[in-house]
Ligand binder design. Structure first.
Ligand code: CUA
Length: 308
C-alpha cells in the first residue's frame, strides 16, 4: 500500500519501515479517536442541567483496570521487538558490498567511487546490489538523507559512519542534507540515480579517471613519504600496514582496537592518540597536509593491501 503523500518505496528497507509506521499510526490513531469520542460523549451527556446520575462510584472494576494496563503493555512490547528488528537490519550489512565514499561539506556532497570516479551532489548506484556508504564531513555535522530509501545517517567531522541499502527501483531519487549546517543547508542536496547493473558498469567506465581510489592512495603514500617508515626495508621501525584494515591492533596502554576507517584516519592525523604496543610515538601528524579526499584515498589503499 502506498499513499501518494509518501515518496516511492525504492529500497529493501522502505516496505519494512513503512509497515511499522502505518502500524504505529493505526494504533495511536485508534487510541486518540477513542479518547476523543469519549470526551465528546461525556461532554454532551454530563452537560450542565442534564438529568444523569452524578454519584461518585467507589467500586473498582478490576476487569477494566487489568485490561487497560495489560493490553497497552503487550502492544508496546510487540512494537518494541518489531522496531528493534527493523532497526537492527540497518546495522547488519551483508558481506559483499559496493563501497562508496561520501564526504559532506558546506554545502555539497562529494562522492568517490572505488574506480576513481568522482561526482558532486549526484550518486549513481546499481539496482539490486547492496551498497555501502562510508561517510564523513570535512567541516560541520551534516546528515545524509534519501527519503525514497528511508535511510538517514548523521555525517560527522573526524569520524566515519556507515550506511547501507539496496535500491529496488530504477530512477532518480532526491538526496538531502537533514541537519542544519549553515546558510545554504536547504540547498545542500541532489539526486541518487539508480541504474540497471549493465548501465551502471557503462557509466563507471566512461568517467575517465586515470587512477582508481586505492592507486591514488598509493601515490599519496609515496608522495608523503609514508613508505619511508612503513616498509620492511626501512631503518625506522614503524608498524607494517599490510593486512592492517579490520585487524586487531594492540596498543601501548594494554587495550586493543579494531583497525577500522576511523582508527586509520586518527593514526594519520592524531598519531599519538593510539600508539601501537612496542612502538615509539614518533609519527608526525599529517593534519595540515591531507584533506578528506586524500585521507579517503589512503584508507582505500590500506584496505587494498589487506589480503583476506
Ligand atoms: Cu549539510 Cu545541512
Amino acid at each position: 500500500m502506498r499513499i501518494a503523500l509518501f515518496p516511492a518505496e525504492a529500497s529493501t528497507f522502505a516496505p519494512h519501515s513503512d509497515a511499522l509506521f502505518y502500524a504505529l499510526l493505526i494504533i495511536t490513531g485508534t487510541i486518540a479517536a477513542v479518547v476523543a469520542i469519549i470526551i465528546v460523549t461525556f461532554a454532551i451527556k454530563y452537560r450542565a442541567g442534564s438529568k444523569v446520575n452524578r454519584e461518585f462510584s467507589r467500586r473498582p472494576r478490576i476487569d477494566i483496570e487489568v485490561t487497560w494496563i495489560v493490553l497497552p503493555l503487550l502492544i508496546l512490547i510487540a512494537v518494541f521487538f518489531w522496531s528493534s528488528d527493523v532497526f537492527s537490519t540497518l546495522y547488519k550489512p551483508p558481506q559483499q558490498m559496493v563501497s562508496i565514499y561520501v564526504i559532506g561539506k558546506q554545502w555539497m556532497w562529494k562522492i568517490e567511487h572505488q574506480n576513481g570516479t568522482r561526482e558532486i551532489n549526484q550518486l549513481h548506484v546499481p539496482l539490486g546490489m547492496p551498497i555501502q556508504l562510508i561517510l564523513t564531513s570535512q567541516d560541520v555535522i551534516h546528515s545524509f538523507y534519501v527519503p525514497a530509501f528511508r535511510i538517514k545517517q548523521d555525517v560527522l567531522p573526524g569520524r566515519y559512519t556507515n550506511l547501507w541499502f539496496t535500491a529496488t527501483q530504477i530512477g532518480n531519487f532526491s538526496l538531502f542534507c537533514a541537519e542544519f549546517c549553515g546558510t545554504d543547508h536547504a540547498q545542500m542536496g541532489g539526486n541518487v540515480i539508480v541504474l540497471a547493473p549493465a548501465e551502471y558498469g557503462k557509466w563507471l567506465n566512461q568517467s575517465g579517471a586515470d587512477l582508481n581510489l586505492s592507486q591514488r592512495g598509493f601515490e599519496l603514500f609515496k608522495q608523503h613519504g609514508c613508505n619511508e617508515c612503513h616498509d620492511r626495508q626501512s631503518t625506522v621501525r614503524a608498524p607494517l600496514l599490510n593486512n592492517i584494515y579490520g585487524s586487531e591492533v594492540k596498543l601501548d596502554n594494554g587495550e586493543s582496537v579494531i583497525a577500522d576507517e576511523t582508527y586509520l584516519r586518527d593514526s594519520m592525523l592524531v598519531p599519538n592518540k593510539q600508539v601501537v604496543a612496542d612502538y615509539k610515538p614518533i609519527m608526525p601528524s599529517f593534519k595540515d597536509q591531507l584533506n578528506e579526499e586524500e585521507i579517503v584515498a589512503l584508507i582505500a589503499y590500506m584496505k587494498e593491501t589487506t589480503q583476506p
